[in-house]
Design a protein around this ligand. Structure first.
Ligand SMILES: C[S@@+](CC[C@H](N)C(=O)[O-])C[C@H]1O[C@@H](n2cnc3c(N)ncnc32)[C@H](O)[C@@H]1O
Length: 245
């Protein structure tokens, strides 16, 4: 068999794993668990999926790579057939943010469990859910794969400061909070080149911000406006100071 190919998104996920045991929820073809074991990012893995045909693909791949003793496949709707003690890190990637929220809501991971979440849409809504439900977001930066940015969100269950109600208050540093909800904080902290390249390409970004903030209902009009202005300022800073200054 040819060596298993990765891509930018999978590489980014592998880069934040660093665990003994991985559980990939929605593993589909099973590439991530296989690459994780091959690269030493995990010693063993469970490839879980709600779809039996998907699991067959994962099973075949593991067998073809001689990894059947290290990769177990499991039919599971979200965490339903998973015991949280079975893995150190749980990945949910390649699904919409609302599906991920539903999986986390049905069987919440216990305090201290590490998660790597890679929503292919509705990342702001997922961030809002995490913050309001006591998760600590430990890293959150996007990677550019072709023409698409993928958010790679690492979080620890039960370790975040308690927050209730809506995110965003009437005063204070509200713009920044909204901005980090929409786009991962790590993109700004580390002046992520991928993120800024994409941001500059996107016309109408401010409109999108305003719309999204309203849609998730977590801010007042002024907060959305502040976030848009702040984003503009950060982009200008990036342009003026160059990359990773
Ligand atoms: C687009 S694939 C993503 C594959 C892989 N995780 C990746 O990111 O490349 C989405 C997979 O999630 C699975 N899935 C969707 N909802 C699920 C759920 N509630 N529990 C487990 N798997 C689910 C689907 O069957 C499908 O195989």
């Amino acid at each position: 068999m040819k060596p298993l190919k990765s891509d930018v998104r999978l590489d980014a996920i592998l880069g934040v794993l660093d665990c003994e045991s991985l559980c990939d929820i929605g593993a589909d073809h099973g590439k991530l668990p296989a690459l994780a074991v091959i690269r030493g990012a995990a010693k063993r893995a469970i490839a879980a999926d709600i779809s039996a045909p998907s699991l067959k693909k994962a099973e075949k791949l593991a067998a073809a790579l001689g990894l059947s003793d290290k990769i177990e496949t499991r039919l599971s709707d979200g965490f339903e057939s998973i015991d949280f003690d079975e893995a150190d890190v749980f990945v949910i990637a390649g699904m919409g943010g609302y599906n991920i929220i539903s999986i986390l809501g049905k069987k919440p991971p216990p305090r201290g469990k590490r998660l790597v979440l890679v929503p292919h849409r509705n990342a702001p809504e997922l961030r809002a859910f995490l913050i309001l439900n006591g998760y600590l977001i430990t890293s959150d930066a996007a990677v550019l794969d072709g023409q698409r940015l993928y958010d790679i969100i690492s979080a620890v269950a039960g370790s975040g400061a308690a927050q209730t109600g809506k995110i965003g208050a009437d005063g204070g540093n509200i713009g920044e909070e909204e901005l980090y909800l929409l786009f991962g904080k790590g993109n700004f902290d580390r002046k992520n080149d991928d993120f800024y390249i994409m941001l500059k390409k996107k016309a109408g970004e401010f409109d999108k911000i305003l719309k999204t903030v309203y849609n998730i209902g977590c801010a007042k009009k002024k907060a959305a406006y502040d976030a848009a202005l702040l984003l503009y300022r950060k982009r200008r800073e990036y342009d003026d100071n160059g990359q990773n200054s």
